[in-house]
Design a protein around this ligand. Sequence first.
Ligand SMILES: *Cc1c(COP(=O)(O)O)cnc(C)c1O
Length: 407
Amino acid sequence: MDYQTAFQDAVRRVKAEGRYRVFADLLRRKGEFPVARWRSDEGKVRDVTVWCSNDYLGMGQVPCVVESMKKAIDDVGSGAGGTRNISGTTHYHVELERSLADLHQKDAALLFTSGYIANEATLSTLGKILPGLIMFSDELNHASMIEGVKGARCEKRIWRHNDLEHLEELLAAAPADAPKVIAFESVYSMDGDIGPLEAVCDLADKYGALTYLDEVHAVGLYGLRGAGIAEREGLMDRIDIIEGTLGKAFGVMGGYIAADGAIVDAIRSMAPGFIFTTALPPALAAGARASVEYLKAAHHLRESHQERAATLKARLAEAGYPVMESETHIVPIKVGDPVLCKRISDMLLEEHGVYVQPINYPTVPRGTERLRLTPSPLHDDGMFDQLIEALDDVWERACEQTGVARA
Ligand SMILES: *Cc1c(COP(=O)(O)O)cnc(C)c1O
């Protein structure tokens, strides 16, 4: 076997499809969100405006978050030093889990090292706890949920995205006495649409299923205290397991579930992805808790976030850009071709200091390649002007250079 060639060929295939990923080398400027320093391949450094961060509110730089992390490091040092079971549980972890349980009005919460691991570990472990489980999974669920469903090694049914009739058809066809889990998301992060929470809960009641909801792109951002769409819609008590991240709107890192005490205790006791890994550093737990608590009381930030997103959508549409329909803070502009998408993104960055990462397959289906903008409360009108001027300058030229027609 010529291993070298096998790896090179794999990359060549990705490149041929125009979806080879190049990471932007960035340093943010604390206190100047969303401005960052970008280092080009030639080593030149320039200031850019970041338009695609999932630190949706700039919480990663808020003084109370940063200071609580520094304080924790000064208090207890850097790492946790062990798994949660073997000396890695610090009081910071305990307090953060309490804060998250309170956020979601659940008995308990359980931390994981990321939202990805929270989904993968929890869903796969449900398959071990519930013999004969059938998992009902929305077709557009995040990769981490798909891996969790696979890992559960149970029967699965994939329902068409947000299609309640299809979900009910599949539920009705399953044996009435089989345990069932319906796994879905609240905010779908690439299209910016929202799952039909209440109707899914009704179906779960009717067919005796548990509900598992990924609120990764909603926690911190929706509801009066930032618990997500389930809070906004008054449904938190009807969702059995809520999963979230501390790395996006909360601006730090880590993932969690919040649920009934018995569920959390079972996952805590059985999930390899929770048990066999070093606990998050105490400073991360401290920073995340400061952020969660801050956002419980900062509804004005959520309102201003929504206003910014609505204004940007209106301005882009007015300027003639194909803004995809989105009911949330996510502002996708359709490009429809991976090479064009990357070219526009490169030109925006190199010529205008506007950084928006191209979103290509497999993150989104082929033919729906897009620029995904995430304006924050700190993106002001002047930045909106700059963005639209930059788009006006590069879009047509990028089409000509790539020979791809405008979407
Ligand atoms: C980003 C993401 C995750 C993973 O969360 P991390 O904390 O970044 O690992 C899970 N679900 C969805 C829908 C996501 O977009």
